[in-house]
Design a protein around this ligand. Sequence first.
Ligand code: NAP
Length: 242
Amino acid sequence: MDSNTALVTGASRGIGAAIADELARLGYFVFGTATSEAGAENISNQLQSQGRGLVLRVQDQTSVDNAFREMLDGAPAPLIVVNNAGVTRDNLMLRMSADEWQEVLDTNLNGAFRVTKAALRGMIKARWGRVINVGSVVARLGNPGQANYVASKAGLEGFTRSLALEVGSRGITVNLLAPGFIETDMTAALSSEQTAAMLTRIPLGRMGTAKEVAALAGFLSGDDAAYITGQTIHVNGGMFLN
Ligand SMILES: NC(=O)c1ccc[n+]([C@@H]2O[C@H](COP(=O)([O-])OP(=O)(O)OC[C@H]3O[C@@H](n4cnc5c(N)ncnc54)[C@H](OP(=O)(O)O)[C@@H]3O)[C@@H](O)[C@H]2O)c1
């Protein structure tokens, strides 16, 4: 069975926006989320009849509950969930505050827990589902100044493997898509020296595009990917070889 409804967190910009567009192009009805009303409205305008924007702050359980209440009001439960929302709060460990650590873990890792848990019941009922977590190449490489971010993304890999084992018998696949160095607001925040240093590590010699990441999310969402589960799949221009 192919589901018609997808949820993409952090769909207002960057990789999440590209994934929402790709799923809409493939014919799914897409709920895309932003942290603000204005962002949610933009998503509705972008997706037109193929989807709707919602406000969702994944670090806040009440916000997750409200978003699911809104989604389930008149629409089928989302059977495809893309946990894409993510933030960085970079700092060297000696200077990293407890808040910087907490905010990143609470958004990137605990956020995926909250959203997946809310969606899982519908998937189990349908005996079909797709959970796609967005990790990062740095979960494997490590990255100085990103102990919080890397811990959150490595945590997502373990979460992916364990959940895949739990729910495989229900026709639900759980995979992690690990982007490398992709052109978005997140990487635009890096200095030109940091960007140049990063590019020397990429055999394909360039940054990736959000669209190139979104193509894999589109594939993992469909029935052609039914036998792939528990995997970390890299889209990184050769920056890290599994
Ligand atoms: N860009 C890269 O090179 C790269 C590499 C590896 C992995 N990734 C991962 O890919 C994902 C998307 O990254 P990106 O580069 O597209 O990031 P981005 O351009 O900075 O966009 C981040 C998205 O997450 C949303 N978001 C932020 N905090 C949130 C929260 N607390 N609750 C819900 N949504 C929240 C933002 O919503 P608002 O617009 O409302 O703020 C926005 O839609 C992230 O998980 C990131 O870690 C990115």
